[in-house]
Design a protein around this ligand. Structure first.
Ligand code: 13P
Ligand code: SF4
Length: 310
């Protein structure tokens, strides 16, 4: 089938089955085109909770589909490629977090949504890059915190809040850690008017030179409201599709990575989702996400605690 035929068939099947496709900004442009809702990880979590459809197909990585299932246990949640993981989520296993909690009794656990359902079940409140600051600030200053698993986001929040009572997990996203400070500085010299927009999963040296630091949705909004016409984008390159679509008169330059021989600015997990596997997943209504009820319930509270923080 051609791409257009695949897209047409996916749209027909969605309609027949009452299915809704949620997609993250890091998926390919083709996948984004068949999505009913495109968003960052926070918006997708909220959408998964509120959506009125019997089937949700999650075009994203597995922790996102799990989050949707945790919030919508009565819906069928499908993920085209269950092996689409996340280096951050993989850096933090539930048993290791349980050990750290035992080492630091009395600490509240704040975990990024980029975690397994088992980790969420051990978490007091989840956060995303959009609301991490709000979530940490909602916890009394004297209350010590374990922040997992992203060391870069954790250090960034610690630096802004000046809290010295945060134990930060040593995990990182291997896409966001690959950007080259030297090459970005060089690029900025060639484009002096360009604003540098950086995701907080990047290293501190990159956050320091940023004109704006924020989640994918935050970066998108900033690029729209800024009077600047040019941006150096220091996050996963899939977001450029939506940027160019929303702001066609602006120029978006993907930031260079240390190794330019491979596509390090692409999340290989997000790119596992294709039109072909979406179609097959819709046709077979499989693979489906399933979570045991006690883990789901424990994880649900940590996500609801996050969503409740305004
Ligand atoms: P946001 O969607 O919160 O910006 O997170 C980025 C990310 O890495 C998702 O995996
Ligand atoms: Fe995980 Fe990084 Fe991919 Fe996001 S970009 S899904 S944090 S590996």
């Amino acid at each position: 089938m051609t791409k257009d035929e695949l897209k047409k068939r996916i749209i027909e099947l969605k309609r027949e089955k009452g299915a809704v496709i949620l997609a993250h900004y890091y998926t390919t442009g083709d996948v984004q085109e068949v999505a009913d809702f495109l968003g960052d990880s926070l918006a997708l979590s909220v959408k998964a909770r509120d959506i009125d459809a019997p089937i949700i197909l999650f075009a994203g990585v597995n922790f996102m589909a799990e989050t949707a299932k945790v919030l919508s246990p009565d819906k069928k949640v499908l993920i085209p490629v269950p092996e689409a993981g996340c280096s951050l989520a993989e850096s933090c296993e539930a048993k290791d977090l349980a050990n750290l909690k035992a080492q630091y009794p009395g600490h509240k656990v704040v975990s990024y949504v980029n975690t397994s359902v088992g980790v969420k079940a051990l978490t007091d409140v989840c956060c995303t890059s959009t609301n991490a600051l709000k979530v940490v600030e909602s916890i009394p200053r004297e209350q010590p915190i374990i922040f997992a698993p992203d060391r870069n986001l954790g250090s960034y929040i610690q630096q802004i809040t000046g809290r010295d009572n945060m134990v930060i997990w040593d995990g990182a996203c291997n896409v966001h850690e690959e950007f080259s400070l030297e090459k970005i500085v060089e690029l900025k010299e060639q484009h002096p008017d360009a604003k540098v927009v950086v995701h907080p999963e990047c290293k501190a040296s990159l956050v320091e030179i940023a004109d704006y630091v924020g989640s994918t949705a935050g970066i998108l909004d900033y690029c729209g409201s800024s009077t600047s016409k040019e941006f150096i984008v220091v996050t996963e390159s899939g977001i450029l599709v939506e940027m160019q679509k929303r702001y066609p008169d602006k120029k978006f330059i993907p930031a260079p990575t240390v190794d330019t021989t491979v596509k390090c600015n692409e999340c290989r997990y997000m790119k596992m989702i294709t039109l072909e596997n979406i179609l097959s997943c819709l046709e077979q209504e499989a693979p489906e996400v399933s979570i045991d009820e006690s883990t789901r319930k424990a994880a649900e509270q940590s996500i609801l605690n996050m969503v409740a923080i305004k």
